[in-house]
Design a protein around this ligand. Structure first.
Ligand code: ADP
Ligand code: MG
Length: 260
């Protein structure tokens, strides 16, 4: 097998509260290969988002301490200067969240905001960027793409907005996509369409996906391998099929019993 796109080992994240460092995530280790989806699953508050945010180094070092190692294509990220980390976030790792509205600019049309990303990160001319933007909307299966380019985020449904976010994520051609509960706020049918889209795009683009969810039903749909988190720690891991067939931990069994 090829070298992993990302390796996380012994990740520990602590936040400072009233002068004391309190660990919130401990002993989290995993790797992800190109074309593979790893699910990070656990109940609300188990440390999934903190793990993702720590990988991306999105917390202020004054209030958050990160220990352990995170490598992207062999390059250590935890010690990278912030200026270089900004390029990593823009170009090599993309992240999508539960509520796309928080990451979309309400006062720019869809066409303008995706083009802006392409100009900033890929150095395209505005004309080239507009053309590519249209291609990206088609790639994420947005009907009547040309018309959609002129629309603002609030004119779209939640499912359409999540497709736009995926198009923006793909604009940078990332090696790794981190998806933090991207379907949680969506209706079940739309949720299934978005999962289908992520799977399809992953096959086309060959990127690695770290998929965060609290829902084992979603895990069954999307993940090759699964890491179960409980109270900030990784307590069980394996091939998704194996975890469903033979869960080792009581907590994993309880998560599975919630699947209809
Ligand atoms: P989830 O698995 O639901 O994504 P989180 O990773 O968001 O859980 O949170 C894990 C724990 O870390 C929770 O107890 C939460 O209160 C705490 N936490 C999250 N963000 C911060 C922060 N910025 N400062 C201090 N504690 C935090
Ligand atoms: Mg979360």
């Amino acid at each position: 097998m090829s070298a992993p796109v990302m390796t996380v080992s012994g990740l520990k994240t602590s936040f400072r509260r009233k002068g004391i460092w309190l660990p919130v995530v401990r002993d989290v280790s995993f790797d992800i290969h190109a074309g593979e989806t790893l699910a990070l699953v656990g109940e609300s508050g188990s440390g999934k988002s903190v793990t993702a945010m720590s990988i991306m180094r999105l917390y202020s070092p004054e209030t958050c301490r990160i220990e352990g190692s995170v490598t992207l294509e062999g390059q250590e990220l935890t010690t990278l200067p912030e200026r270089k980390m900004r390029d990593v976030r823009g170009d090599r790792i993309a992240m999508i969240f539960q509520e796309p509205m928080t990451s979309l600019n309400p006062s720019l049309t869809i066409g303008d905001q995706i083009s802006e990303v392409l100009v900033a990160h890929r150095g395209l001319s505005l004309k080239e960027a507009m053309k590519e933007t249209r291609g990206l909307l088609e790639k994420v299966r947005i009907p009547s793409a040309a018309k959609r380019l002129e629309e603002y985020p609030h004119q779209m449904s939640g499912g359409m907005r999540q497709r736009i976010m995926i198009a923006m994520a793909l604009a940078c051609r990332p090696r790794l996509l981190i998806a933090d509960e991207p379907t949680t706020a969506l209706d079940v049918t739309i949720q299934a369409q978005i999962l289908e889209l992520i799977k399809l795009l992953q096959e086309e683009e060959g990127m690695a996906v770290l998929f965060i969810t609290h829902d084992m039903g979603v895990v069954a749909e999307i993940a090759d391998r699964t890491l179960v988190m409980y109270k900030g720690e990784a307590i069980e891991r394996g091939e998704t099929g194996q975890i469903f067939a033979q869960p080792q931990r009581g907590y994993t069994k309880a998560l599975l019993s919630a699947v209809p």
